[in-house]
Design a protein around this ligand. Structure first.
Ligand code: DOR
Ligand code: ZN
Length: 345
């Protein structure tokens, strides 16, 4: 039996939600990952350090007893985020990044940024205090085709931003295109990107295989096979600019299976196993540890984890549904199999 032991990984992009929903999904992440960058797109959003600290306490309180897990908090950037709030966030040492959602680009982005020019004061403070900007890289312009929104964002928003703030550290979250991979590869130091398991596993055909597949709908939307291949190459390249960010984004079954379904794929239940499957299939298991356990920590200037986990090449069946607060959700590959499992400690 094939097995691989790696340093305990971290998830550098995660949606934990709140309340009973959070209590349902948090144990899965905490069983695998030592830390996670927790996204701030709650309703209402986490826009201040005080809100982030309170959210962090709720996460700690919801952890199963005896499990060590550190939530790394983020603030939700708005048109009115002040330089003072940024320096407070930095001093708090619980906030590790500021998330930029273009308004209307995705789930709970209604309070997001209307034009990045409105955030000059906050961005200058982030550059000064060395607090990274985490970017949802899609324009929300209805005239731009949904499959082009990432590449157009890079040209219109990201490239000028990196020139204007040459010391600002930036993570382009959940890359989906070959264009974005190339942009990151050629970017200056201090610019990195996360890659999800679902964008490594699926291309856009998965949205329509035999019918409409709402559980494969996420933002940025899945792209063509050539883009998936470019992501796979980047993730398995050993280039430290690319690291693990699951973007596990749970929504109830009802919210997904709807005339206007929510964007998000739930992967935290197998948050490292799905990547092991991808890396094994690519013959690159030896590159998993760097991608999952080293490069993100190095980028965020946090120590690498000391514990280790073992993954075993053994197939198991994914439940059709999992509890989600008072509701249920459908995990990725519901009812199907995953080729790798986590060995119990
Ligand atoms: O698919 C997504 N789901 N993309 C996002 O950007 C947000 C996320 C969510 O919060 O559900
Ligand atoms: Zn996300």
């Amino acid at each position: 039996m094939n097995r691989v032991t790696i340093t305990r990984p971290d998830d550098w992009h995660l949606h934990l939600r709140d309340g009973a929903a959070m209590a349902s999904v948090l144990p899965a992440t905490a069983a695998r990952f030592a830390r996670a960058i927790v996204m701030p797109n709650l309703m209402p959003p986490i826009t201040t350090t005080d809100l982030a600290a309170a959210y962090r306490s709720r996460i700690h309180a919801a952890l199963p007893p005896g499990i060590s897990f550190e939530p790394l908090m983020t603030l939700y950037l708005t048109d009115t985020t002040s330089a003072g709030e940024i320096s407070k966030a930095k001093r708090s040492s619980v906030v590790h990044g500021i998330k930029f959602y273009p308004r209307g680009a995705t789930t709970n982005s209604a309070s997001g940024v209307t034009a990045i020019e409105n955030c000059r004061e906050a961005l200058a403070a982030m550059e000064q205090h060395d607090l990274p900007l985490l970017v949802h890289g899609e324009v929300n312009d209805p005239d731009v085709d949904v499959f082009d929104r990432e590449s157009v964002f890079i040209d219109r928003v990201l490239a000028p931003l990196l020139l204007r703030y040459p010391k600002l550290r930036v993570v382009l979250e959940h890359l989906t295109t070959a264009d974005a991979v190339e942009f990151i590869e050629q970017s200056r130091p201090g610019v990195a990107a996360t890659i999800t398991a679902h964008h490594l596993l699926l291309n856009r055909n998965a949205l329509f295989s035999g019918g409409l597949r709402p559980h494969h709908y996420c933002l940025p939307v899945l792209k063509r096979e050539k883009h998936r291949r470019a992501l796979l190459k980047a993730a398995t390249s050993g280039n430290p600019k690319f690291f693990l960010g699951s973007d596990s984004a749970p929504h109830s079954l009802q919210a997904k299976e709807s005339a206007c379904g929510c964007a998000g794929v739930y992967t935290a239940f197998a948050g490292i196993e799905l990547y092991a499957e991808v890396f094994a299939a690519a013959g690159a298991l030896n590159r998993l540890e760097g991608f999952a356990s080293f490069f993100g920590a190095d980028f965020y200037r946090l120590p690498r984890n000391a514990e280790r986990i073992t993954l075993i090449d053994e197939s198991w069946q994914v439940p059709r549904q999992l509890p989600f607060g008072n509701e249920t959700l459908a995990p990725l590959r519901a009812g199907g199999n995953i080729g790798w499992r986590l060995a119990s400690a």
